[in-house]
Design a protein. Sequence first.
Length: 567
Amino acid sequence: MTEVVKQLNESERARMSAQAQGIVQTAAPNLSIGPGEQFVFVAHFDGTNNDKDNLALSGNPQPTNVAELYEQMKPNEEGNPSFRTAYYAGVGTDPGAKGYHDVLRPTADMQDTAEKAYREFSQEAFTWLRGHPHANPTESLQVMATGFSRGGGTAAVFSQLLYERGLSDPNTGKILVPPGQLGLAGAMILDPVTTGYEGNTAFSPASKNVTVVRAQNEYRTWFKGVDHSHHPGVNTVDVTGNHCNIGGGYDRGIGAHVLEASTEWFKKTGVPINDVPAAKRPDGSATVYHERDIPKTDEAIQISRHPAMRTLLPNASRIAEVAAQGADYPVTHDPRQGLHAPRQLNPSAHPERQRADGWSRFNGAHGTVWRKDYTSDKGVPLSAVVVERDPAGTQNDRVDMVLMRRDGQGHLLMDKRLPAGSGAALRDSLDQRLDPTKAQATPGRHGPSAEQHSQAQHFKDQLGPRLVQLGMSELQIDTLSAAAVKEQTRYAAQGQAQAFYLSNDGSTIAMRQEHAPLREFSVAQALGQSAQAHWREAIALSRHEIDQPIQMANASIQKEPSAPIRA
């Protein structure tokens, strides 16, 4: 049930209007759209249960602001081959059981929608490039997006696919835009919520000019906003109202102000967009709402009251009716007590991280993207991108590497595809060839070998996801992987590590090598040293500089791991 929480007074309306105008101020006029100059593709990702062609699904009387922005842009495609826009209905809009399943577990649906958008962009972009053979694809293609609710998360996944894949000729496979170069040139994201998504919801490092409009007064526990504050290309604007006040659909009050501001934002960037229709402009109202009942409870009540249910299951049907009547959303704060409480945020967005070795790492939708800048011995600025691909549900894991110039020419110098698991060795090889500080260290071999890097990656691939579930940071996982390499090096006579195991209580890690016995070490003791300390010992062991093995505390051997969990 949608209930009115507050009618804003005059001063509160003025404040809300000023907040909405703040949206416009975040726009960057960086697009120059015209024939022969740039191709612009705008993808619109609607929210959960939102479909512009089936409003009954959401229960709201009006389309969302995402749908409205699409309708305002679509007419501008006519006569302009350099501009295309596409709309994608939200999670839960598929009919039947799939729609219900997607609402509860949205990961697959969000990724499928992002994949569809990527395919459509790729086809449109390639068609445009064929008509503009002299255009530089890296500079000429501009991708933008809008998103509401989980559609905001889908827009982020879409940006990750652009970053991981770039653009290739669908006929020849020739790289037109290398991985690591393509992102969103701009995006209008309305109160992003990604509850249930099992993955990273950060926008890719190449994305910029992203404006997130966040509802100040959405207090449902399941609707925590996504925290994008750590992404340098994201501007967040807080606006009074709840989730759908910002996303639109209720009335011509707060949502209409957000729609007008979003329209002006796109105009400022240069995207062709029509004015907000007169019937959709603000009418002077300003009502803050709250969604109290969990969706579908009305249907559950009617079913429980049906005569057949009363006859077949008299007690159970009455219990179900009472439960449905009381099925309210859990909240972090009851808005009926006032709109003073802060919005709770979900830390599900993990931006690119800079490592001590100079490599930057970003976890994308279907792989990990590493990048590092170099300068050749002739002074040419270079950039290397390594993509460790891990597409869900396939056996196509592999490592892709591109090396390109960073100057105005931007030429692709090298393109390689290698077997899965070779990423660490490849990065080490690039460092030895192109990083002067690493090259100077080569004669004494004071750093880990390519094989040891590969061993550490093997550990992370097997136990990394499980350790993340236990709340461990990337630094802690790096430390444990270095400890595992040290133990493997210590017992190198037993052969390569075949598998790693984690005990049920998370206190012990076991390693199975080619030959028995199993080797165990304590997680707590391993975390008591730094990763660098473990690496130093591993390197010393590999060079036989340590005569007697330095046993880690609680290290032991056994035939089988106690209560193992294999990640």
